[in-house]
Unconditional design. Sequence first.
Length: 242
Amino acid sequence: MSNELIEQHAFVLHSRPFKENQQLVELLTEHEGKVSALVYVGQSKRSIKKGLLQLFLPLKLTLKGKDTSLRRITQIEASANSYSLIKNSLYSGFYVNELLVRLLKNDIACEDLFNQYQLTLSSLSKGLPIAPQLRLFELSLLEELGLSFDFTPIFNQNNDNIAGFYYIAEQGFVPAYKYAIKNITTPWFNTEHLQAIAQHIHHDKVHIGNEVGRTFKSLMRDVLNHLLDGKPLNSRKLFEKR
């Protein structure tokens, strides 16, 4: 990466005090993906820059520095009004931010994910049903990480001896045979639910009901938990405390 200054759109994912009136900021940027950068905010509690370092506020900024060193924000301004998130929508915003901070590598362009992130915030701010928005975002994140679901076994290996399917990392969907499920504690998923999820993913307008939606949520949680090495997300605790 050159030392060229590029103005781009961005969102703050996380920030914390650093030293000498600076903040260390995790950003999701339009052209460079996730970036860690320093910004000088000054001593005043009314610092304009400090006021801009808030979550869910669309920004336009310029970064200086090479990818071998910590970047610096040289210019920053709001490019639009902040997305207004409340209650469960706010917790969902924290959730997607934490996933990005924990799973996304720095300095890798991910324009499609950036666009999906912005669309997710917009949908949450409009009060649209939360679960579908989170599943879309999670799928976009998995795609960026080089992961996707192969639902072929769900359709090709379905017979009367199969109760459902396990999802095993590195293997994908594996049949859960009726004669074996009593002796195995690994959770398995309903075949018809998985087929409906496959149709929903590949044909956006295919509606899924509450039961299938819960299966979809459980499936995504299993996959993400594996990527997180089983370490819990702090944002999920907010939902549990409701």
